[in-house]
Write a protein that binds this ligand. Structure first.
Ligand SMILES: Nc1nc2c(ncn2[C@@H]2O[C@H](COP(=O)(O)OP(=O)(O)O)[C@@H](O)[C@H]2O)c(=O)[nH]1
Ligand SMILES: [Mg+2]
Length: 223
């Protein structure tokens, strides 16, 4: 008899993710699972997002890292509810880890909950956590061929943010090539160019978020 352990693990994970999702829906939370390789700019994007959404949508964050509470400390400066998960050795967040964080998150005071996944271009894409959308960041220092080498993450993502475009001139990253590669593995992926340093593209990203919130809940402003 062949036992497919991975399938069983993912099915068990999906059942917990569905329970998380029901809880999010009942609290009117738009939930995004934010993925990238380490250092692509996930936390800095959230710092910029906190500022861009102020007075419009209430942001909350669950952040996963192998060790430390560094990202939580960075984000709390923006007066956000933030829960830090430390995975120890695990290279991704799963639905059960998110379920264990939820008693510490006041979902009634959050409109947009972003789950910053552990930095990794492979495993996070396999595990649902109860999100509405998976989104990802690729930064221009990582190489424009990455969508072809790590296709699952690009295939699973609804939105690709290409970050650090302020550094384009110092790299051999070809923006058109990167986008073509991403669309080869996922023809439906939306793509926004951003720089968390100069702020370029951040308003387009905030508009994408507000549009998703409005489509889900029929309103785009604070209750
Ligand atoms: N030049 C440049 N640096 C950036 C940008 N976004 C993030 N960084 C830097 O990249 C490094 C990693 O960012 P961080 O937010 O910690 O990435 P994370 O590991 O994905 O959460 C930090 O030194 C940031 O200051 C950007 O748009 N341009
Ligand atoms: Mg981070």
């Amino acid at each position: 008899m062949k036992i497919n352990v991975m399938t069983d693990i993912l099915e068990a994970n999906d059942r917990i993710a569905a329970v998380n999702r029901q809880l999010f829906d009942s609290h009117k939370n738009l939930v995004l699972n934010l993925m990238s390789s380490p250092g692509a700019g996930k936390t800095m994007l959230l710092e910029k997002t906190a500022q861009a959404l102020r007075g419009k949508l209430r942001l909350g964050v669950i952040v996963g890292d192998v060790e430390t509470a560094r990202d939580k400390e960075r984000l709390e400066k923006y007066d956000l509810p933030v829960v830090q998960l430390n995975t120890g050795s695990a290279c991704h967040l799963d639905a059960n880890m998110i379920a264990s964080a939820l008693p510490h998150v006041d979902l009634t005071n959050i409109d947009v909950l972003v789950i910053e996944n552990v930095g990794n271009l492979v495993c996070p894409a396999e595990f649902r956590v109860g999100e509405d959308f998976k989104i990802m960041i690729l930064s221009v220092t990582e190489g424009d061929e990455k969508p072809l080498k790590y296709p699952l993450m690009f295939r699973e993502s609804s939105l690709l943010l290409i970050n650090k475009i302020d550094l384009l001139k110092y790299t051999n990253f070809n923006l058109d090539e990167a986008k073509a590669n991403a669309r080869k593995v996922n023809p439906n992926i939306e793509i926004v160019d951003i720089s968390c340093v100069t702020g370029e593209g951040i308003s387009d990203w905030a508009a994408w978020l507000s549009g998703c919130y409005k489509r889900k809940f029929g309103t785009n402003s604070l209750a």
